[in-house]
Design a protein around this ligand. Structure first.
Ligand SMILES: [Zn+2]
Ligand SMILES: [Zn+2]
Length: 241
């Protein structure tokens, strides 16, 4: 297993990787046929989450209320959350390939979705950051997928990226936990590591379900002087109520 490769090692692997790319060009993570990370045909199947949305957490609403029942019952501290699309089909495949299949080439198309959603939301912000991984998880994966997405989103939107947070304890996977258990699982798990001066911050993650992780990060950012915190995730499950 490769653990935290040094710079030289990284360059050698990078060279090897580029050679492999030439010999065996990457195939679309969804249809496994067309070249590229996500081919044009598979990209065209991705639908944005369309209004009406809960103005707080960004879930699609079935009623004409401004805020969803969950946000009324447990108001989030985070200013707003918006997700680009549903966690299904081509996007689900792409996020899975990024997290577990080392397909870093999916970052570009996925970050494009986040940037488009942020543009549509008309939020004003001055820094983009990401939900941190626990160092042990990051060493295992070799990178933090949320950070790669945040960096590319920042580049597309001409806004600086900054590392602002760290995860102080390894949390269990949120999958299978209900809303209350999710909030408890991540409560107090994040610490701010950089100076924040009344900034309006976009916090990027790959998947948002109840918003508990984004909210726990936002609480740490607010406690350290953030003016506003906007959560921006690529995707959320349809059944996130
Ligand atoms: Zn495809
Ligand atoms: Zn809501």
């Amino acid at each position: 297993m490769i653990t935290q490769p040094g710079r030289l090692k990284e360059e050698v692997y990078g060279l090897g990787g580029r050679l492999l790319d030439l010999l065996f060009p990457a195939r679309c993570v969804n249809c496994k046929q067309a070249p590229g990370a996500l081919c044009a045909k598979c990209l065209s199947t991705i639908q944005p989450i369309s209004p009406p949305l809960c103005e707080r957490c960004g879930r699609a609403l079935v009623s004409s209320d401004a805020v969803c029942p969950d946000c009324r019952a447990h108001p989030l501290k985070i200013t707003r959350i918006r997700t680009a699309t549903w966690h299904e089909g081509a996007v689900r495949e792409a996020i899975h390939a990024l997290k577990y299949g080392k397909r870093r080439d999916t970052v570009a198309p996925l970050a494009k979705l986040v940037a488009a959603q942020l543009t549509a939301s008309k939020f004003t912000f001055d820094i983009i950051t990401s939900v941190p991984l626990h160092p042990s998880r990051q060493a295992e994966r070799g990178y933090n997928q949320a950070e790669l997405l945040a960096q590319e989103t920042a580049r597309l939107m001409h806004v600086p990226f900054a590392r602002l947070l760290e995860r102080t304890r390894a949390t269990t996977d949120q999958i299978g936990l209900d809303g209350m258990a999710r909030r408890k699982n991540v409560h107090g798990a994040f610490r701010v590591t950089a100076r924040i001066q009344n900034n309006s911050i976009v916090l990027v993650d790959d998947v948002c379900t109840t918003g508990a992780t984004l909210d726990a990060c936002a609480q740490a950012l607010f406690q350290n002087g953030a003016h506003a915190v906007y959560g921006a995730a690529v995707a959320r499950p349809r059944s996130s109520f």
